[in-house]
Design a binder for this molecule. Structure first.
Ligand code: SF4
Ligand code: SF4
Length: 170
């Protein structure tokens, strides 16, 4: 269920809030960057505060909140594989929906597959490629492909697709 959270964050903080909570000029704030994303704190906020003395007097609750999120993200990342990508990142959510139609897709050769389950066991994103080789959660790390003892996992070749389309037309 936690994995669905990134789609909710995408809808609420990246689309709906900036669209509907706007100032008198009709401009919405980048709510995700402002309230959630720890990358901005690490790469922008912290260097600015360290290098600019006058900025320090302007620090408030939001800066403390963003720092807390940054520390939490780092700590949880030590314990869980890619938690920010899995549960929070709206970019991850956008990219994931393209997995099933991506040019770079996987397929499992059912004739070669012995059902040993190694691929599902090694996948750090908890995907079972045999059930869904192009799951929304797959990050194409290639670990399953490398680990398959019978080399049953491979990329869908564009020419295979052409043949399939031709076959479907017939
Ligand atoms: S590791 Fe290969 S043979 Fe084993 S279940 Fe996965 S695809 Fe099939
Ligand atoms: S490519 Fe990586 S993330 Fe995708 S199913 Fe294989 S092991 Fe899992």
């Amino acid at each position: 269920l936690l994995r669905k959270m990134k789609y909710v964050i995408l809808a609420v903080f990246v689309i709906l809030l900036p669209m509907f909570v706007v100032d008198i000029l009709g401009q919405g704030l980048p709510y995700f960057c402002k309230l959630i994303c720890p990358a901005g704190t690490l790469e922008g906020g912290m260097p600015l505060v360290l290098m600019n003395q006058s900025m320090r007097s302007a620090l408030g609750g939001l800066y403390a909140w963003k720092n807390l999120l940054l520390v939490l993200t780092i700590v949880v990342s030590i314990l869980i594989y890619r938690p920010f990508c899995k549960y929070i990142c709206p970019l991850g959510a956008i990219y994931s929906v393209f997995n099933p139609i991506s040019v770079f897709r996987y397929k499992v050769d059912q004739e070669k597959c012995t059902g040993c389950g190694v691929c599902a066991k090694v996948c750090k994103m908890q995907v079972n490629p045999v059930k869904n080789a192009n799951s929304l959660e797959c990050i194409r790390c290639g670990l399953c492909k490398k680990s398959c003892p019978v080399h049953a996992i491979g990329e869908v070749k564009l020419k295979d697709e052409g043949v399939r389309h031709q076959a479907e037309k017939v």
